[in-house]
Design a protein around this ligand. Sequence first.
Ligand SMILES: NC(=O)C1=CN([C@@H]2O[C@H](COP(=O)(O)OP(=O)(O)OC[C@H]3O[C@@H](n4cnc5c(N)ncnc54)[C@H](OP(=O)(O)O)[C@@H]3O)[C@@H](O)[C@H]2O)C=CC1
Ligand SMILES: O=C(O)[C@@H]1CCC=N1
Length: 283
Amino acid sequence: MLYNKTIAFLGAGSMAEAMISGLVKSGEIPAEQIIATNRSNQERLTALESNYGIKGVKRENLQFDQIDIFILAMKPKDVDNALNDIKSHIKPNQLILSVLAGITTSYLEQNLHKGQQVVRVMPNTSSTIGESATAISPGHETADENVKLTKILLECIGEVYKIEEKDMDIFTGLAGSGPAYFYYLMEHMEQQGVLAGLNIETTRQIIAQTIVGAAKMIQKQDKTPTVLRENVTSPNGTTAAGLDALDENGGGIAISKAVEHAAKRSKEISEQIQESLLVGSLK
Ligand SMILES: NC(=O)C1=CN([C@@H]2O[C@H](COP(=O)(O)OP(=O)(O)OC[C@H]3O[C@@H](n4cnc5c(N)ncnc54)[C@H](OP(=O)(O)O)[C@@H]3O)[C@@H](O)[C@H]2O)C=CC1
Ligand SMILES: O=C(O)[C@@H]1CCC=N1
């Protein structure tokens, strides 16, 4: 289904690169059928070409009629310019995927053609190695075969969850932004390892393996995080001391707030774009 498709990323930043890397590594789609374009950064396109074997194409040289799937991958504040730019070149039956946080399918539909095939997508940067947790929510007019095609494409970069669009904000707070919380946690754990005299590279690998192990326990065993946490925690032992410190310092609340605020920001972006306030708020 993917082999003869041509895919163009409009936006060639971090998220586009993560997806390109995962797609190329999957081997499910030939690299030369993946195109990336941006506003002006030619050096960036050249780097993507040489690193992944894809085609970096200047916007003015993009042949819209030869592209099956467009992936919008610019910042939300740039979406209006991008939609204005592409509208006159695309047809309603061309599939538009958008990875933009907070930009709704209704907004995309209002600003493209009647009947435009759109799917809102929320991947994360673990797409790079085929380990994303990606959500999809199709637009109101999107044909089932295009939803299926989207799912097949995104399964090349990890697990795919079809969700209702009202749940996209919380999904973004959990999984789109989620890797950053774990990196933040790792940064702080790493500092302590180094402070205690461990080598930084060794510390990093120890922490990474600890996180991988904990995540795989959830995936492979039918046990809740609460039960697994209790299994680690001996009465009056080391873990109890660590967890007490987390509680005393608001660790649990901080994690809840991180997810809540990220989801809230996603919702806020949706509201601001409708009121045309986004460009000012996200310079
Ligand atoms: N980073 C992440 O972890 C995730 C990001 N997202 C979403 O992905 C999107 C991109 O984020 P990210 O990659 O971090 O951003 P970056 O700033 O790294 O990249 C943005 C890219 O968009 C390009 N661009 C801007 N305007 C246009 C346009 N009109 N046409 C074509 N290209 C354009 C820029 O080109 P130039 O350099 O030439 O200006 C640049 O290549 C955001 O909407 C974000 O919400 C979603 C999930 C996770
Ligand atoms: O920070 C952001 O807005 C984007 C969306 C999800 C992850 N990064």
